[in-house]
Design a protein around this ligand. Structure first.
Ligand code: ADP
Ligand code: ZN
Length: 519
């Protein structure tokens, strides 16, 4: 049994002449009866990785899949390809199940899909013991990790597979696994000397960019103006925001519409179809939009709000540039969003889940505030080696330079002190810039000595400096006080002892035409 048989099976049952990169090594490893972990992005071709060796080796392959709805489709597709496949789950009648079991006993069944519930149900292991099992495939293996976004407690019981069937190789497959999830997959399944195959998750054609979230409407309009008629998606946190954003864009003459789970199924299908057929240019949507939508020419994805973790972010920007042509991802980032998300997270989840979600939100925030190549940060999060800078993100374009920012830091800190540590970053910026708005005027902040002390620095830069001070522990955010900035011991040193502060400066991004000229 080897690669030659595997190629024959690939051709015979699936009609393909060649393996995709990665598939062959994975299959060879399985055929050697070794435990295998496969991390491959959606659409990468994971199924072939267990189906082909399962069909090459004599006996029955058992595939554990949590998605009952997909099980049926997969089995039908296999049957259509001439593979004798079946499934067992709680949605079937006893009679249907018996029929499938009989085929397993007869040795006719080649590939059996089961839900984890079914696998763990009473008597099922003794049923399996009477069969010749050649492989266990665990699909959506990230469900085993409490750190993953899709934790299923039943998956923890899958460790019994190795305990009960030590001779049968296991292949675990997933499209989303950061380092911690990977580790959980290896340990929780009791895999023996497993080999881990990571196909790159990188989408090098997507330009990654983060902008401070103040004035995002202006930011969006500027962005759109430079990209006429390019289809794109703007993700918003709330349903209401999708509607009002679409309305504003329409007012400006853009062909925009909105999509969220509050619409009727019919309306949703309707706008989705229009977007697919390029009859809507801009889709303002909640995260409900995009799953299973295959539109290859989405040229950009904007996050109006910060996503709650990097998995969501990456999945959402991944809807851009599927055709491989250049695409862009623009994320707006503000501390106000972080606060909203913290509220959402700390409402209604158990304390363990909360801690996890908050930790993930922190990683998201770190990414937004990153001062080194964004793709590097992202790929490291997903556990990939990535040593060079990508050359296709805002940081690579404008590498920040560090400078002595003590004076700027002092201005920020003294504005915080003079407002008695009661105001959030956006208001601190207003004070420094000397903006006469309702808040600064009613509270008399225009009388402060620091009012207008930083007119020469653009507000986006002030925001970034504040984030950097927070990251350096020179300021703190009180999330339970509407994000009021607080002084720390380190701030006292800066204010009163002249402690030096290094800040990082971002150059203004080059205008698009200029960028193209230089390429
Ligand atoms: P995943 O489970 O990783 O999301 P699938 O297993 O559904 O991906 O495969 C995605 C698509 O790629 C399917 O249409 C599949 O038939 C196709 N595919 C997989 N392997 C190959 C191959 N070696 N050659 C051509 N197409 C392939
Ligand atoms: Zn980069």
């Amino acid at each position: 049994m080897g690669v030659r048989e595997a190629r024959e099976v690939l051709k015979q049952y699936f009609g393909y002449d060649q393996f995709r990169p990665g598939q062959e090594d994975i299959i060879t490893n399985v055929l050697e009866k070794r435990d295998t972990v496969v991390l491959m992005p959606t659409g990468g071709g994971k199924s072939v990785c267990y189906q082909v060796p399962g069909l090459v080796m004599p006996g029955l392959s058992v595939v554990v899949s949590p998605l009952i709805a997909l099980m049926k489709d997969q089995v039908e597709a296999l049957l259509g390809n001439g593979v004798n496949a079946g499934y067992l789950n709680s949605s079937q009648s006893a009679k249907e199940q018996q029929l499938i079991e009989q085929q397993c006993f007869d040795g006719r069944m080649q590939m059996l899909y089961v839900s984890p519930e079914k696998l763990l149900s009473a008597g099922f292991f003794s049923f399996l013991k009477r069969l010749q099992i050649n492989l266990f495939a665990i699909d959506e293996a990230h469900c085993i990790s409490a750190w993953g976004h899709d934790f299923r407690p039943e998956y923890l019981q899958l460790k019994n597979l190795k305990l009960q069937f030590p001779e049968v190789p296991i292949i675990a497959l997933t499209a989303t696994a950061d380092r911690l999830t990977q580790r959980d997959i290896l340990t929780q399944l009791y895999l023996q000397d497993p080999k881990v195959f990571i196909s790159s998750f990188d989408r090098p054609n997507i330009y990654l960019q983060v902008q401070p979230g103040q004035k995002r409407m202006e930011g969006i309009l500027d962005f759109l103006e430079e990209r006429p008629f390019q289809p794109g998606i703007i993700y918003c946190l709330s349903r209401k925001a999708t509607e009002s954003l679409a309305a504003k864009l329409k007012e400006k003459g853009y062909n925009a519409d909105y999509y969220h789970a509050g619409l009727s199924a019919r309306d949703r299908e309707n706008v989705q179809e229009k977007f697919l057929q390029d009859n809507i240019q801009i889709m303002c949507a909640t995260i409900a939009f995009g799953m299973g939508i295959d539109k290859s020419n989405v040229r950009w994805v904007i996050h109006y709000n910060l996503p709650k973790n990097l998995e969501s972010y990456y999945q959402e920007i991944g809807r851009g540039g599927r055709d491989g042509a250049p695409a862009e991802a623009l994320l707006f980032y503000s501390l106000a969003d972080v606060m909203t998300l913290r509220d959402i997270v700390t409402n209604g989840e158990s304390s363990k889940e909360q801690a996890l979600s908050l930790a993930k939100l922190d990683r998201m925030q770190q990414f937004a505030e990153s001062t080194s190549c964004r793709r590097k940060t992202l790929m490291h999060y997903f556990g990939e080696e990535y040593s060079k800078d990508c050359g296709n993100c805002d940081i690579c374009d404008n590498p920040p330079t560090s400078f002595n920012g003590t004076e700027l830091a002092q201005k920020i800190l003294s504005a915080v002190a003079r407002t008695k540590e009661t105001v959030a970053s956006a208001q601190v910026v207003d004070i420094l810039r000397g903006s006469r708005n309702q808040l600064t005027l009613t509270r008399g902040y225009d009388q402060l000595k620091t009012f207008g002390a930083g007119r020469d620095v653009p507000s986006q830069d002030w925001q970034r400096y504040i984030h950097q001070l927070i990251n350096q522990g020179i300021l703190e955010v009180a999330y339970d006080e509407h994000g009021a900035l607080k002084l720390t011991n380190a701030s006292q040193d800066v204010l009163f002892k002249g402690k030096k502060v290094e800040l990082v400066k971002f150059q203004a991004p080059l205008p698009k035409e200029e960028k193209e000229k230089r390429q």
